[in-house]
Design a protein around this ligand. Structure first.
Ligand code: NAD
Length: 249
């Protein structure tokens, strides 16, 4: 018996091997869920889904494309009959200073992190509402709370702060239909988004600022996503959960 038996789950941006999305998809699958991995490249998404075991799906879906989000949701709902959980994990960052942000930088970062969260959620919410059951988990960041980090620019902070506002507004509107919406704010987690972008000095500086004295692991975030996606959190909506080793204490 798994916590997610007979549940159907979408995780966006989950093809990256060391990423938070892949670890989250893996944990949901281990707990009995049927999972769809959505990412930019079909072959990468299919390979990541195959890693989860039999019966999972991998689909190409650019979350900044509203029609693509709707097509993916239609396809999966057609096959599964329902979507119970959506984890809006797809995200990009750029290590730019305030004055370095060009219009195309702003658009790209806002598009994937914020617009993608809106579009993918809009694609699954009608079905969740009709069935009076659903949980949406949005990936924000400590960068939204602290006003930036070492590798996320101000536009990334703005996008992830937007995700928090969107989360709370969605939670308020969808609560009467038992569709819950919560956010996770990871701190410094070792994944491809951070790999190769830090000098040893920057790494030391970041760790010195974390009371637990270590970077987070993808599994630390996955555990939180499982809690928020499952009925363990049945009375939680509109919350933001920090997974940051104490960075905000
Ligand atoms: P990652 O770079 O390892 O993975 C991101 C995935 O998103 C990739 O597989 C990429 O192909 C996919 N993606 C990018 N644009 C997309 C699009 N338009 N449509 C669909 N998929 C797309 O990143 P990660 O470190 O695993 O981060 C996952 C989430 O957590 C992101 O939203 C990130 O902003 C957030 N986050 C990460 C950290 C950290 O320290 N790693 C901290 C705070 C928040």
């Amino acid at each position: 018996m798994g916590l997610m038996d007979n549940k159907f789950v979408i995780v966006t941006g989950a093809a990256s091997a060391r990423g938070l999305g892949k670890a989250t998809a893996q944990l949901f699958a281990e707990q009995g869920a049927t999972v769809a991995i959505l990412d930019l490249d079909a072959a990468a998404a299919e390979a990541a889904a195959a890693d989860l075991g039999e019966g999972h799906r991998g689909l190409a879906c650019d979350v900044t494309d509203k029609a693509a989000c709707e097509a993916a949701a239609r396809d999966l709902e057609g096959e599964w009959g329902r979507i119970d959980v959506l984890v809006n994990n797809a995200g990009i960052t750029q290590p730019l200073k305030f004055m370095e942000i060009a219009p195309e930088n702003y658009e790209a970062v806002l598009d994937v992190n914020l617009r993608g969260t809106l579009y993918m959620s809009q694609a699954v919410v009608p079905g969740m509402r009709a069935r009076k059951y659903g949980s949406i988990v949005n990936l924000s960041s400590v960068s939204a709370q602290r006003g930036g980090g070492i590798f996320g620019g101000p536009h990334y902070s703005a996008a992830k702060a937007g995700v928090l506002g969107l989360t709370k507004a969605m939670a308020r509107e969808l609560a009467p239909d038992n569709v819950r919406v919560n956010a996770i704010c990871p701190g410094f987690i070792a994944t491809d988004i951070t790999a190769g972008k830090l000098t040893p000095e920057m790494h030391e500086q970041i760790l010195a600022d974390i009371p637990m004295g270590r970077a987070g692991a993808a599994s630390d975030v996955a555990g939180c996503a499982l809690f928020l996606g499952s009925d363990l959190s049945a009375y939680c909506t509109g919350t933001e959960v920090d997974v940051n080793g104490g960075s905000l204490i």
